[in-house]
Design a protein around this ligand. Structure first.
Ligand code: GTP
Ligand code: MG
Length: 361
């Protein structure tokens, strides 16, 4: 069994290498939103969900320290505590698995809210931060961008939120215009804190979601800014998803703030998994288009080793190395075949989800 383990290890390294070298730096998912929009809470509840759900499609971290940090943050939320504001940009690397099959890795980038502070952008005081955001958006592996807007703040000050979204749109337009690599992007407009606008009391303590209200709110928040953007950028796919990280676990505390009711073990979030599932579907479709090329390359490599393989009576030759390489190519070919089947399965599963969302076209 040790032999098959080391083959798997090498295979994993090889796939990671393909990720790193041939596709630039692998896949990136970038999250943009102003300070306090709910990025860190969203990231924590969503990633926790994917890491612990126990279903076929799940994610894992490469770094145990990051995993522990995420689990700790989740525990704090369950205790009704707040997570401190993000002080710098954070990059997390995750592995996406289906059962035991490694699908792809992606980096999740959480920018501190200050990076898209428009007063500072206008005055040119945070050029460095904004340049880092633009550079990342231009990377060929950045296939999904999450833009977050806060439903609670929109209720209080709609024109301010629209102005902030307008700013994010300018950053996106600028990044896409100069981008050398043409790629199809998935833009996910996420409306956070929907519990504040659409979690309604129905009977005594029973509360439920008002879907129409959520969708109307999505339209009000995003359409003015992003419909013209979509008309200009036809190769960008765009969906707006309302969600709530706290979900039905939200309560209003004595000082009027909404937080998680303390002491819950599992937060009852709403649609928390939807944007990432949509982004995964998009990334997997991209991966699918690369499978024929990767298969052809592996077949060519295998043929090279087969030709170079000395006959069995050449005792002092490098026969073993070639045999090993052929075995690895076979394992990779098998993996690629499996990948095709799994991708079709996940795409079909995602299509059956039928979430509350609004497709901008
Ligand atoms: N009602 C409600 N409040 C939320 C929800 N998610 C986050 N919040 C609140 O929003 C505030 C900001 O959340 P964070 O996740 O720290 O915001 P952020 O975007 O990471 O902020 P920066 O790190 O400063 O950029 C906190 O007070 C949270 O309690 C939610 O689903 N519902
Ligand atoms: Mg944060």
């Amino acid at each position: 069994m040790a032999g098959s383990n080391s083959t798997l290890e090498r295979l994993r390294e090889k796939m990671a290498k393909i990720d790193e070298e041939e596709f630039d730096t692998g896949y990136n998912i970038v999250m943009l939103g102003t300070s306090g929009v709910g990025k860190t809470v969203f990231m924590t509840t969503m990633l926790y969900d994917f890491m612990t759900c126990g279903s076929s499609l799940r994610i894992d971290t490469y770094d145990t320290a990051q995993k522990n940090q995420l689990l700790e943050s989740y525990k704090s939320l369950c205790a009704g505590e707040e997570i401190p504001a993000t002080g710098r940009y954070e990059a997390w690397r995750f592995q996406v698995l289906y059962d035991a099959v490694d699908l792809f890795s992606f980096r999740w980038i959480d920018y501190r809210g200050g990076s898209v502070n428009f007063a500072q952008i206008r005055s040119g005081t945070n050029d460095m931060d904004i340049q880092a955001v633009v550079d990342l958006l231009r990377k060929p592996g950045t296939l999904a961008i999450f833009v977050l807007a806060d439903a609670e703040r929109f209720q209080k000050d709609p024109s301010r939120i629209r102005a902030e979204l307008q700013g994010i749109r300018f950053i996106l337009e600028d990044s896409l215009e100069d981008s050398e690599v043409k790629r199809r992007l998935h833009l996910l407009l996420v409306l956070t804190k929907c519990d504040v606008v659409a979690l309604e009391r129905r009977w005594v303590f029973w509360r439920d979601w008002n879907r129409d209200k959520m969708l109307r709110c999505c339209q009000k928040v995003f359409s003015e800014v992003f419909l013209p953007f979509m008309q200009k950028n036809k190769d960008v796919v765009c969906d707006a998803v309302p969600l709530s990280s706290y979900g039905k676990s939200s309560i209003r505390s004595g000082d009027g703030r909404i937080q998680v009711c303390p002491g819950v073990n599992k937060i009852d979030s709403y649609q928390i998994d939807v944007p990432l599932r949509m982004a995964f579907k998009y990334i997997l479709k991209d991966l699918e288009t690369r499978i024929p090329e990767m298969t052809q390359e592996t077949r060519t490599q295998k043929a090279v080793h087969q030709v170079a393989l000395p006959p069995w009576w050449h005792i002092f030759s490098d026969r073993r190395t070639h045999k090993e390489a052929i075995r690895e190519c076979d394992a990779l070919l098998k993996h690629l075949q499996k990948l095709s089947v799994i991708i079709s399965k996940i795409v079909a599963e995602t299509e059956h989800l039928n979430p509350v969302c609004w497709h901008l076209a």
